[in-house]
Design a protein around this ligand. Structure first.
Ligand SMILES: Nc1ncnc2c1ncn2[C@@H]1O[C@H](COP(=O)(O)OP(=O)(O)OP(=O)(O)O)[C@@H](O)[C@H]1O
Length: 435
């Protein structure tokens, strides 16, 4: 063990799941659930991992604990890489790094008393003395706010919040140095969440634990974390001290997430930033910056003057043309039925107008040159030349966000973020492990 090394250091961790097809299970692709993340957790520190459902948070947790094998990368625990550990070393590591899951009900065997459940890891790790086990468990139950007398009761006798207290006691029983908590309060009533968070905070301070706290809920993360890593589609896009992240988010995705947190104080309420489009699939992530297909701040092409909202809308049209296409014939049919005329007599301009309306594109772009490219493309589209329309828009309206993946950089505000909009002061050559 190295005294200066962080408690946990994750370097370029990847977990890809194969996609197979047919009876022969031929591999036809990969789900890139976690795709090269790096961060560190110090002793006594809580680091949050946040992002929308499906961005890879749980996979990051299970891979870094080797509950499933990572595809690539290093996980250093007190300076030693656990990815090469044999079974005996892994068993030792598992004493020191414990996990808490979202659903406290399924965490317990209903046939075992909670005393037996909490003591189980002690038995597995060789503590034979029954009386000693009992004393340890009674003490822990009291520390997590239950009573020693609860030891012989069964899981169904406890509420969700109480069960999460018991899960915490079980995680603590082997005196670990690290706890990985995956959405530990998401299944609980809001009124109970604050109690459990405050308990986790107390316990973390008392035991000097490092904690990785996974949540989709930024307001929960704000309560408990010292630093926060924001994940999008398998990558970390921003990493910063919690206060800095909330006060001065550097990545447009972080800004969008923050804007959607309900704000009780009306004077501080801003408008929620709406993210257009679905989260793309991690089996086929977008080129360049993975967020560019939804980013409200996606950078317009150098050669044209765009208003940002109109540019986002044009990008949405481009995205649709690239993915599923726009069915101009169906638009023609629709207009024909609305206006009581035959499809052949619907003028091309009317179809173009409908497409603009569907994508919230203004009737005319402010830059006349950009407008002329767009109308030419819409004309092609209305006449059924979809691939030509797509190619024209791709060629004329190319953005750096789709061509080049932004590096994680230290921003002037002291965060680490990967966005072309961020002024660089320092490029982080190996992905950052600290903020
Ligand atoms: N065993 C698996 N095989 C294939 N794909 C998987 C597997 N496990 C997870 N995935 C995929 O990996 C991606 C990341 O999933 P993960 O559960 O880690 O995300 P998450 O951020 O924790 O989301 P949630 O909060 O909904 O659990 C998702 O697209 C998911 O469908």
């Amino acid at each position: 063990m190295s005294a200066d090394a962080p408690l946990l250091e994750v370097r370029n961790l990847k977990k890809h799941y194969p996609i197979t097809e047919g009876v022969l299970k031929r591999q036809v692709g990969n789900v890139r659930a976690v795709d090269g993340i790096s961060f560190a957790v110090d002793r006594g520190e809580t680091v949050g991992l946040v992002g929308e459902s499906g961005c890879g948070k749980s996979t990051a947790a299970t891979s870094l604990l080797r509950l499933e094998e990572p595809t690539d990368g290093e996980v250093l625990f007190e300076g030693r890489d656990i990815t090469g550990y044999d079974d005996a070393e892994l068993k030792r590591f598992r004493r020191e790094a414990q996990m808490i899951f979202q659903d406290p009900t399924s965490s317990f065997d209903p046939r075992m008393s909670i005393g037996e459940s909490v003591a189980e890891p002690l038995t597995v790790h060789g503590m034979r003395d029954r009386e000693r086990r009992r004393r340890i468990v009674e003490d822990l139950l009291e520390r997590v706010g239950l009573s020693a007398g609860d030891i012989d009761r069964y899981p169904h006798e406890f509420s969700g919040g109480q069960k999460q207290r018991i899960a915490l006691a079980r995680a603590l029983v082997l005196n670990p140095k690290l706890i990985v908590a995956d959405e530990p309060v998401s299944a609980l009533d809001v009124s109970i969440q604050a109690e459990i968070l405050s308990l986790m905070k107390d316990v973390q301070e008392e035991f000097g634990l490092g904690m990785l706290f996974i949540s989709h809920d930024l307001s929960v993360v704000r309560e408990i974390c010292d630093r926060v890593a924001v994940m999008y589609l398998g990558e970390i896009v921003e990493f910063a001290r919690t206060g800095d992240l909330f006060e001065n988010p550097q990545h447009p995705y972080t800004r969008a997430l923050l804007s959607s947190i309900p704000q009780p104080d009306p004077t501080k309420r801003g408008s929620a930033i709406e993210l257009t489009g679905d989260v793309p699939s991690p089996s086929n992530p977008p080129s360049g910056c993975r967020f560019h297909t939804r980013c409200p701040e996606v950078i317009p092409p150098d050669d044209y003057e765009f208003e940002q909202e109109a540019w986002r809308s044009v990008m949405d049209l481009r995205g649709r043309l690239a993915r599923d296409g726009v069915d101009a014939a169906a638009v023609r049919e629709f207009v024909a039925s609305e206006t009581d005329q035959s499809p052949e007599s619907v003028p091309t301009e009317r179809i173009e107008r409908e497409v603009r309306r569907e994508f919230d594109i203004p009737d005319s772009l402010s830059d006349a040159r950009a407008e002329s490219v767009l109308s030419e493309a819409l004309g092609l589209l209305a006449n059924g030349d979809q691939s030509e329309a797509r190619a024209l828009l791709a060629e004329e309206f190319e953005t750096v966000c789709e061509t080049t993946a932004p590096e994680l950089r230290r921003t002037p505000a002291g965060h680490t973020a990967s966005c072309h909009l961020v002024d660089e002061t320092q490029s982080v050559s190996t992905p950052s492990t600290s903020d």
